[in-house]
Write a protein that binds this ligand. Structure first.
Ligand code: FES
Length: 165
């Protein structure tokens, strides 16, 4: 495993929030991504059995360890794609779903599907991760790990919540 792609220790990944980090692509663009752990103890193999799509059709996002399912997504809502779900202090979550505070879209934290809200049926963009030796690594062909935390030059001008959650 490439140590430069280590995102965090497995135990650091929150279950009721998100771990925010930065990635870069081949064009040198920097983006934000989030890691989230969800309870996968029901034994289901995946929520992504309905064919390929941008979110999890290839099941890149999910990595199971014990009863926990880890998922990794680009940190951008599918309603307005410049809006960040995690504003820098962890994304809000309700009943295992990520919540975009701007207009109240709910995303299944395991499949990335928007289950409720203005972009219902759309999927978050998945990044491939791998758990090895108690650590989580980014193993995505398109993105490389940069570091923990947000992009400092925040272009999200609408970061104020419009909904009560
Ligand atoms: S920007 Fe996320 S729900 Fe509207």
């Amino acid at each position: 495993m490439d140590v430069s792609e280590r995102i965090a220790a497995l135990e650091e990944v929150p279950t009721e929030s998100t771990l925010l980090f930065r990635v870069t692509n081949d064009e040198g663009e920097t983006w934000e991504a989030i890691l989230v752990a969800s309870d996968g103890a029901d034994g289901s193999s995946s929520d992504c059995d309905d064919g390929p799509h941008d979110g999890c059709g290839d099941d890149r996002s999910a990595e199971r360890t014990g009863g926990t399912r880890l998922s990794c997504w680009l940190n951008y809502c599918q309603h307005l794609t410049h809006i960040k779900i995690d504003k820098g202090s962890g994304a809000p979550m309700r009943d295992g779903e990520l919540v975009c505070a701007n207009h109240g879209a709910y995303f299944d934290s395991g499949s990335g599907e928007c289950t409720h809200g203005p972009c219902e049926g759309a999927y978050l963009t998945a990044l491939e991760i791998t758990v090895d030796g108690g650590d989580v690594y980014l193993t995505d062909d398109e993105y490389s790990f940069v570091g923990e935390g947000p992009i400092e030059d925040d272009g999200d001008l609408t970061s104020t919540s419009n909904v009560k959650i």
